[in-house]
Ligand binder design. Structure first.
Ligand SMILES: NC(=O)c1ccc[n+]([C@@H]2O[C@H](COP(=O)([O-])OP(=O)(O)OC[C@H]3O[C@@H](n4cnc5c(N)ncnc54)[C@H](O)[C@@H]3O)[C@@H](O)[C@H]2O)c1
Length: 336
């Protein structure tokens, strides 16, 4: 059994202790949050230790940690833990600052730790099928793609207290930019981006409303769209569609509508049943797989997928989007 700790116990972060507590190869040893009440409550739920002090974790004998603090607050806990030689599973985005991401990548390189970023869409069976098809050459060479991942405005307005320090680009592009880079197996070279601000700013959330970014990869160009102003009446909190054209074929994926809808007080597409076991008592959703995979990698000594280097490449793409937005010109992307 691997002893594991979790830093950051918010809306999403609480999935990590739940999975480590449930998995037969891990033992949830400690949870940490700046909010003492939250740390104590989660620790009571899972009968583990708690702290508000990251340095205590660095000096502990616990070898592995999840970091699920807000987007802009990954660097401090992640660097402290990496410097202490701990294995870390860090939430996306790796950081919201390219130089911080580079420092984490250097620290990960210097240590022997098995560190990874939680790009959980790589465990989504549909995305895995798409990657298999592209790798098998079923659509020939990837030529052009489109992917949109947006959120209902309630995510920016009321889910995240730190929304103004992030944005749809830091919160949602990490998923789509990682998945398309992974699917086509190519590196991004250049981006041209355009965006809009004002709707969220008028509501006190000072960030981008929406961004469109055309990224040129080796042989393929992909348009990435993201927005945080989708009406709350949308049938799903997220809005995700993908098309990929190859030289001999095409793949389309509508990630929101799985062929099932419910209409009661609202017309809705059901979202993942996060935070609850299935009727057979198992935590089986693919979004929980990266936590178990991380434990397996550490215990079995297998270098993980979704490395800190992948996280750095991801941040480099988003950083280039922001540079292009600032200058109105294409921006080069350097993923190393
Ligand atoms: N993989 C995914 O699909 C997915 C989904 C949602 C969110 N996320 C990511 O997970 C991270 C957390 O999101 P969330 O929704 O749980 O946020 P949240 O705001 O609900 O919770 C963040 C928690 O971190 C705590 N915190 C802040 N700084 C800290 C520090 N230095 N040390 C310890 N605790 C600290 C806060 O007190 C808070 O309890 C974000 O990076 C987010 O983008 C990932």
């Amino acid at each position: 059994m691997l002893k594991v700790g979790v830093v950051g116990l918010g809306l999403w972060g609480q999935n990590h202790p739940m999975v480590y507590d449930d998995y037969h190869r891990s033992e949830l040893s400690v949870v940490c949050d700046l909010d003492e009440e939250k740390a104590r409550t989660v620790a009571e739920k899972y009968r583990c230790d708690w702290t508000t002090d990251i340095t205590e974790l660095a000096h502990s004998d616990i070898p592995a940690f999840s970091v699920a603090t807000p987007d802009h607050a990954h660097f401090a806990p992640a660097s402290t833990l990496l410097e202490a030689g701990k294995h870390i599973l860090i939430e996306k985005p790796l950081t919201t600052d390219l130089s911080e991401a580079q420092k984490l990548a250097e620290l990960a390189d210097r240590s022997n730790s098995m560190s990874m970023v939680d790009f959980h869409q790589r465990w989504n069976p549909q995305w895995a099928m798409i990657k298999d098809s592209v790798e098998a050459g079923e659509i020939g060479e990837s030529v052009m793609g489109y992917i949109r991942l947006s959120d209902a405005i309630e995510v920016a307005e009321s889910w995240l207290s730190w929304a103004g320090k992030s944005g749809p680009h830091w919160f949602l592009f990490p998923h789509t930019m990682d998945i398309m880079r992974w699917v086509i197996g190519q590196e991004p070279r250049r981006v041209f981006a355009s965006g809009h601000r004002g709707v969220l700013a008028a509501k006190g959330v000072d960030t981008w409303d929406c961004i469109q970014a055309i990224v040129e990869f080796d042989t393929c160009r992909i348009t990435f769209e993201t927005s945080w102003i989708v009406p709350n009446a949308n049938p799903s909190v997220t809005d995700c569609h993908m098309t990929l054209y190859g030289s001999t074929g095409k793949i389309e994926y509508d990630q929101d509508f799985a062929g099932i809808s419910f209409t009661t007080d609202k017309h809705r597409y059901p979202w993942v049943p996060l935070g609850k076991k299935d009727r057979y008592g198992r935590l089986d959703h693919f979004m929980y797989a990266p936590m178990r995979y991380f434990v397996d990698c550490v215990l079995d000594g297998v270098p993980p997928q979704c490395t800190i280097a992948d996280g750095l490449a991801n941040v480099a793409m988003i950083d280039a989007v922001l540079r292009s937005l600032e200058t109105g010109q294409p921006a080069d992307i350097s993923v190393t």
